[in-house]
Design a protein around this ligand. Structure first.
Ligand code: GAR
Length: 198
């Protein structure tokens, strides 16, 4: 059984999709948030999943917060740590500690539109397709070997909310599949590429 720890900052709909997928061979050991009032924590708690929170504002800088966060995460002996709307930039030390076992989902077709406000920027740039990316996390923000991507059309009438909603549907399909592939040992990292065998 592989232990999964999920980090969230808010709603946690991707966390819910992963939990609801009931991935064979995986157990959600804990859901952790940097915000004690994150909506997703209440959802997880109601389903009997262990939850914890650690407020970044209680720490003197990123290094101290990330060290405490890693210490907390490691009490759950994770095989995989999942960022699911965890809105914190992580230090190289933290990322290195979880090398090849730290995944993120980002609501754009990386390497396009890293960072924040991805949907607004995609519309402003006039792209005709947008989407989401699951990737292993490296020290560079929103970079790292790409596990999977899903593409959606951008319609003329779209505003950021409409595009985000269309992409979110794909996120909820893509992320559980990527986690299942990891858990089943189907993924191999080869440089910047992730190879998947059936
Ligand atoms: C998701 O759309 C996720 O892709 C995005 O935040 C949202 C979280 O929603 N993540 C990022 O922008 C990370 N750079 P959720 O809390 O409902 O899963």
């Amino acid at each position: 059984m592989k232990n999964i720890v999920i980090l969230i900052s808010g709603r946690g709909s991707n966390m819910q999709a992963i939990a609801d997928a009931r991935i064979a061979g995986a157990r959600i050991a804990a859901v952790i948030s940097n915000k004690a009032d994150a909506e997703g924590l209440a959802w997880a708690r109601a389903r009997g999943i262990t939850t914890a929170s650690l407020n970044h504002k209680d720490f003197d800088g990123r290094d101290a917060f990330d060290a405490a966060l890693a210490e907390l995460i490691d009490t759950f002996a994770p095989d995989l740590v999942i960022l699911a709307g965890f809105m914190r930039i992580l230090t190289p030390g933290f990322v290195g500690h979880y090398e090849n076992r730290l995944m993120n989902i980002h609501p754009s077709l990386l390497p396009a539109f890293t960072g924040l406000h991805t949907h607004e920027r995609a519309i402003a740039e006039g792209v005709k397709f947008a989407g989401c990316t699951v990737h292993f996390v490296t020290a560079e923000l929103d970079h790292g070997p790409i596990v999977a991507q899903a593409v959606v059309p951008v319609h003329d009438a779209d505003d950021a909310a409409a595009l985000a909603a269309r992409i979110l549907v794909e996120e909820h399909r893509l992320y559980p599949q990527a986690v299942a592939d990891f858990v089943a040992g189907r993924l191999t990292i080869a440089g910047q590429r992730v190879l998947r065998r059936d």
